[in-house]
Design a protein around this ligand. Structure first.
Ligand code: ATP
Ligand code: MG
Length: 567
């Protein structure tokens, strides 16, 4: 491709809303273009990368035995009513009506559609197991779209759904996808960690997330170096502390004027925050009540665990307002579990502490030396986020913490959809048995940006060769110098013949300007035809290592051909 014919739209600066390197670089390199919040267009260079990522995913999915289909984004309300999700999904679901007032939605995911396809098309148990997948655009009206393709409202997902006769079959299908995902992310060059994930109300250890390791990741992971346990902090369990052996002291109400936060209270009373407990009140719209969660003062409530305990739904579970808190006879900043008239969930850790500081449900007062069962009670459960130094639930080793970008998730759905939607097969006894399902997602566009997050430097993107928009670029220092331009052309033609995806920078521009463009765009190899062109010597630049070497034309050409042949 000749650079003069390309749509190169590099920018010196990224628009203000881009906060993280990968988002800034995708915009600056002209890979994508933003129109409305959380919605992106792919420009030629970005699309080439996207296609390559998709091809790798397709190859591995096809190798796994899965069958590719392509579904519409538009889905009928009726199927979502059947699965019970039309009411449950909340405002993230983009709902619409056609001109006949028929209610529809833009699919945020496709369980309903695939279950409907399977129940109609899988006629005999002999057709099982079956795994069907697609790469397709998804819509989620995210509350806070941000970080570019990382959390957008329209994004590309690879989603697969497996159908099996029984648990043993599902186990195999799941493992097959686990292995396939590992191959995909390895081929894509992603540094990743596989972690146990939450399965909501289905329970069990039936889900894993694939996390691209990154400081800007929204997910937090704890892991154990010793035994390999790794889990999202929302899912992770820990070895809980033993019951304290401290002597129980008498409960005492103390004045704590204007001391509302844990930091304020602990510094006012001169104790460590870990000696306090915080009580947070939520409005559970599913069960239409207020509930309280109590965790150690220096901990965070894990709403996923709490919602599971309360048999509620995350989309309908929010912090209570000051008014609602007042209606319980308490006051924001001074809430505590003693005599509180609502369902109270007490984290196990708090139940095992002695002489804790809690709010007194009265303006400007707290209790000191409060003790579970003697002074307050509630349902004891695990409702906290795990974190670094908590003890591993398997081997009690102190765990470490990482941040990650969730690029994929696999999930044993069991019969969550097949049962209500009657996706069944007939067994030897003539009974209708719901199929065991699994679902498997990869955020394709999020993965693209995660690669940039892991492969960049101050000059721009450093695409791994197998997903780079082009493999190499040939830059004559000046297009007006015949020797340089002819040599550049000759190398360009030779590489093209060998199926290298190559660009000839025939633009009439300063060399520094050109170099900056290609470094920003992230083309893995650059061949510069300069002063020594007439001797057949070129400069060879490696974008990953930033190394520059003088090579003969044939050495430079062979390096590129060899590298591309080994992709
Ligand atoms: P998250 O917790 O990040 O919101 P999720 O668990 O809701 O994601 P899934 O339903 O498991 O997402 O979707 C499968 C994959 O799709 C995710 O692993 C992620 O890579 C990607 N994905 C989900 N939401 C978005 C989004 N808003 N923008 C881009 N990719 C997304
Ligand atoms: Mg997920």
């Amino acid at each position: 491709m000749k650079a003069s014919r390309m749509l190169i739209s590099t920018l010196k600066e990224a628009p203000n809303e881009a906060k993280i390197d990968s988002h800034i670089l995708l915009l600056r390199a002209g890979m994508v273009k933003n129109e409305i919040a959380g919605v992106y267009n792919y420009l030629p260079l970005g699309l080439r990368v996207l296609n390559k990522i998709e091809n790798i995913i397709k190859e591995e999915m096809d190798n796994s035995g899965a069958l590719e289909i392509l579904c519409s984004a538009i889905q009928p309300k009726e199927l979502w009513v059947e699965s019970g999700r039309w009411m449950k999904y909340g405002p993230e679901l983009m709902r619409l009506k056609d001109r006949h007032d028929r209610e529809l939605c833009l699919g945020p995911t496709h369980e309903e559609i695939f279950t409907s396809i399977a129940r109609e098309l899988i006629k005999s148990p002999k057709m099982l197991p079956m795994n069907i997948y697609q790469i397709q655009t998804k819509y989620r009206d995210e509350f806070r779209p941000r970080y570019g393709l990382m959390r957008s409202r329209e994004f590309i997902m690879k989603d697969a759904y497996s159908f099996d006769k029984d648990e043993e079959g599902l186990e195999k299908s799941y493992q097959n996808m686990y292995d396939t995902y590992s191959k995909i992310f390895t081929r894509l060059g992603i540094h990743y960690q596989v972690v146990l994930a939450d399965t909501g109300n289905i329970g069990g250890n039936g889900s894993h997330q694939f996390m691209a390791i990154s400081n800007i990741g929204e997910s937090e992971v704890v892991y154990c170096d010793k035994c390999g346990y790794a889990a999202d902090v929302e899912k992770a369990t820990i070895t809980e502390i033993e019951e304290s052996t401290d002597e129980l002291l008498p409960l005492k109400k103390v004045e704590t004027p204007n001391q509302r936060t844990i930091e304020e209270i602990s510094s006012f009373l001169n104790v460590d925050p870990s000696k306090t407990a915080k009580t947070i009140i939520y409005h559970d719209f599913v069960n239409e009540k207020l509930v309280a969660a109590v965790v150690r003062g220096d901990r965070e409530v894990n709403t996923v665990k709490l919602v599971n305990e309360a048999s509620s739904n995350e989309n309908y579970f929010v912090l209570a307002t000051d008014e609602e808190i007042k209606s319980l006879g308490t006051i924001h900043g001074f809430c505590g579990p003693k005599d509180l008239k609502c369902d109270i969930y007490i984290d196990i850790e708090v139940s095992r502490m002695h002489n804790v500081i809690i709010g007194a449900n009265e303006l400007n007062y707290h209790y000191i030396n409060a003790n579970f069962e003697r002074d307050f009670t509630g349902k004891v459960c695990d409702i906290k986020n795990a974190r670094a130094n908590d003890l591993c639930p398997c081997c009690k080793n102190p765990m470490k913490q990482n941040r990650g970008i969730e690029v994929g998730q696999i999930f044993k759905l069991q019969t969550k959809y097949s049962e209500p939607m009657k996706c069944t097969y007939v067994n030897e006894k003539g009974e209708n048995i719901p199929m065991r399902m699994g679902c498997y997602g990869i955020g394709v566009s999020r993965t693209l940006q995660s690669i940039v997050e892991q492969y960049h430097d101050e000059y721009g993107i450093k695409w791994p060769l197998n997903v780079a928009p082009y493999h190499a670029v040939i830059v004559p220092i000046t297009t007006k110098d015949e020797a340089q331009f002819n040599l550049a052309n000759q190398i360009y033609e030779e590489l093209k013949k060998k199926h290298v995806e190559v660009i000839l920078d025939d633009r009439d521009a300063k060399p520094g300007f050109k170099f900056k463009d290609w470094e920003l765009i992230g083309i893995p190899y650059m061949v510069v035809c300069g002063k020594r062109a007439s001797e057949g010597i070129v400069e060879f630049k490696n974008r990953q290592t930033l190394e520059k070497e003088e090579l003969t034309v044939s050495d430079a050409v062979n390096r590129i051909i060899d590298a591309v042949a080994n992709i």
